[in-house]
Design a protein around this ligand. Sequence first.
Ligand code: NAD
Ligand code: UDP
Length: 309
Amino acid sequence: MRILITGGAGFLGSHLCDKLINQGHELICLDNFFTGRKQNIAHLLGHPRFELARHDVIDPFKFEVDQIYNLACPASPPHYQYNPIKTVKTSVIGAVNCLGLAKRVKARVFQASTSEVYGDPAVHPQPESYWGNVNPIGRRSCYDEGKRCAETLFFDYHRENKVDIRIVRIFNTYGPRMNPDDGRVVSNFIVQALRGEDLTVYGDGQQTRSFCYVDDLIDGFVRLMNQTGTVGPVNLGNPGEFTMLQLAELVLKQVGGNSKIVHQELPADDPKQRRPDITLAKKYLGGWEPRVPLEEGLKHTIAYFKTQV
Ligand code: NAD
Ligand code: UDP
């Protein structure tokens, strides 16, 4: 197949490019390099089945493709809050552009949505049927509401125009090729520990997240895209749940050194808990479930960051 991946030079996008190239597909990677990096896909440049387009998803684009994976959007809070209006445009206009293209060329189109659609969840763990608890006017809203609106657009194009959609709700995912300056918790802690700096735990560190290793997630992406049992949304993530203090201690144990834990102010609207209910993924994606435990995934990620910092 010929496949378009928006955000293909980012952390997740570049791993998806690797997986799809290895399956024999022809790829077009579209990225504006806001948070993505050429080094993530440098090994693919020059490959006869790989093409790179420097382009912004908010400007229309036309490619003859069979499938579209829409990943373009900054994912880390400091980056998506840097220019919040642009973040909304990227999610919403980017979705319209992908859906319009999918409609015209009859391509199947995949949306990288997020556990942030559940906001600060009052239901735990979160099943896809939960509508969420999202602040519409806060600092995280540009991302959360942008992604929620993109889901709305996907379903309206599906109902109105029979566009063949798939939606994944991604829970916190980590691994090699995260940008050292990304600002998300796993990369922050590892980079801080490797540099001998103190680990910055926001708030009391009792808030929880569930961390999925990138290989498990990308396997789930491709399974979701290529099955016909459900259009989604389907949660993908690792149900193992950790407090940020536990994560900091795990990183310190693996990296060693003299770094300590320091507490900083908790950002506004920071969700208190998050864990995916992955019943639907197991049912529709051929028994998919994460295979890489946090300790092992951290080992691979630390080895990567040792080459970067
Ligand atoms: P990332 O920041 O590494 O990748 C995003 C990519 O999109 C980058 O290459 C960036 O340059 C590109 N991009 C941003 N705005 C663009 C625009 N206007 N036009 C073209 N390209 C643009 O983040 P990631 O972790 O790889 O996330 C990929 C997708 O998955 C995002 O849509 C994100 O919202 C979603 N997601 C990720 C996670 C996670 O834990 N990694 C969780 C939930 C959702
Ligand atoms: N966090 C932290 N220290 C950091 C970065 C993040 O304690 O240096 C916390 C943050 O407040 C949140 C959790 O880690 O509770 C996950 O943050 P991240 O930005 O990785 O993702 P998200 O909040 O979007 O899940």
